[in-house]
Ligand binder design. Structure first.
Ligand SMILES: NC(=O)c1ccc[n+]([C@@H]2O[C@H](COP(=O)([O-])OP(=O)(O)OC[C@H]3O[C@@H](n4cnc5c(N)ncnc54)[C@H](O)[C@@H]3O)[C@@H](O)[C@H]2O)c1
Length: 378
């Protein structure tokens, strides 16, 4: 089978994960990359053995059928629109857009042009998250009733080389890391009916402590601590705590789901692997087996030296194969748009003091078949 040819726009921090993921694949190939900063594109092109091109040249390349948008959140919608207008399918990093209305416009354009939109996160396709989905679908914890999602740290200015975008519209813990949690919750439970939240800004400015911008300050324009509750269409309600104002905490479990017949301890939806746990009424925790699912084996060393499973790009590979076989892809624009509406609602609720009804609906993506690698999509 010939490989689907990909272009990448945005050659910053996360792009290596995509170049490396594509290099591991037998189904896709990156031909070229582009960036507003030509030197950034040239550096990644040299490192990964692809071509560096100006954005317009990449968009005009007839061999490229899908373009990956790895620019910053404020430009996601604009760059993805350019991609669709060039007649290519678009796959974007999260969030789909900095604003729901822009994301909705993008999805409308994709329908008009009969082109696909895909969007990160694709971590929910990972072994541990799919194992949790299988467990819930099999009725192992009965009917999901409640739960919690927790993502808290002291923010991004200590490690990212250019962290300003994290504190501008489209960033903040809600729009930056919230997509991992809400996407996995929708994968497990289906769409959200309404949301309520309270948020605040812990520090009006942030001082960068990472190189090369060490010592510079960032004016914070987004909520940095948000506590909310989501009511799902299936009736479950889940609390969400998302903060970049927390030095240390003791809420170790990123996602917990409580059902009528048991409880499920999910794992960090920022990664693909790790072992979830489940318990039956009055029983002890049992490890959930994940080995029969693809994308669970640790393959990346983190800054703290631990190993994690990180298969970012498999959502794009699924989309490439879905286009070939005329089936829906899993990390889809409609899912990302719904997630964006939920996240925006938490912030809007904090301003208004009201519950916010969620208008968009999406299907739960099909589970990933059991297997060991990307061939499950082929
Ligand atoms: N860094 C991470 O660990 C990480 C992890 C997961 C997801 N993401 C997401 O990936 C995206 C990129 O993050 P990053 O950390 O790589 O950011 P970054 O700032 O390191 O890189 C972004 C790149 O996009 C380029 N760019 C900006 N606007 C552009 C435009 N209009 N046209 C062409 N190029 C443009 C910039 O010049 C820069 O090189 C963000 O949406 C972020 O949320 C990042």
């Amino acid at each position: 089978m010939s490989k689907t040819v990909i272009g990448i726009i945005g050659c910053g921090n996360i792009s290596d994960a995509y170049f490396l993921g594509a290099a591991r694949s037998n189904l896709i190939r990156v031909k070229a990359c582009a960036d507003l900063r030509l030197e950034a594109a040239q550096a990644k092109a040299a490192k990964h053995g692809v071509l560096a091109m100006p954005v317009q040249q990449l968009l005009a390349d007839p061999e490229i059928s899908i373009v990956v948008n790895l620019t910053v959140p404020m430009t996601h919608a604009g760059v993805s629109q350019q991609i669709l207008n060039a007649g290519k399918h678009a796959y974007s990093e999260k969030p789909l857009a900095a604003k729901f209305t822009d994301g909705a416009g993008l999805m409308e354009l994709s329908r008009t042009r009969n082109l696909r939109v895909g969007c990160a996160p694709d971590t929910f396709l990972g072994a541990s998250h799919q194992a949790c989905r299988r467990l819930i679908d099999s009725g192992a914890i009965g009917i999901p009733v409640g739960g919690s999602a927790v993502v808290m740290s002291h923010g991004m200015e200590s490690w990212h080389p250019n962290p300003e975008f994290f504190f501008k519209p489209g960033g903040g813990p809600i729009l930056d890391v919230g997509p991992y949690y809400i996407t996995q919750l929708v994968n497990l439970l289906g769409p959200v009916r309404r949301a309520v939240g309270l948020g605040t800004i812990g520090n009006a400015t942030r001082t960068v402590t990472s190189e090369p911008l060490k010592g510079s300050t960032i004016n914070v324009e987004v909520l940095t601590t948000v506590n909310g509750v989501l009511e799902f269409v299936n009736g479950a309600n889940i609390s969400l705590s998302a903060s970049w104002d927390v030095w240390k905490h003791n809420r170790a479990s990123p996602i917990e789901i409580y059902g009528t017949e048991g409880s499920l301890l999910g794992v960090d939806p920022n990664f693909f692997g790790n072992i979830p746990r489940v318990c039956k009424p009055n029983g002890d925790w049992q490890d959930v087996a994940i080995a029969a699912h693809p994308f669970g084996i640790a393959n990346r060393e983190l800054r703290n030296g631990t190993m994690q499973a990180d298969y970012r790009i498999v959502g794009l590979i699924d989309m490439a194969m879905a286009i070939r076989h005329s089936r829906p892809h899993r990390a889809g624009g409609d899912l990302a748009l719904h997630v964006l509406e939920v996240l925006e609602a938490l912030e809007a609720s904090s301003r208004s003091g009201q519950f916010i009804s969620i208008r968009s609906r999406c299907e739960r993506p099909e589970p990933v078949p059991l297997g060991s690698d990307e061939s499950v999509f082929a």
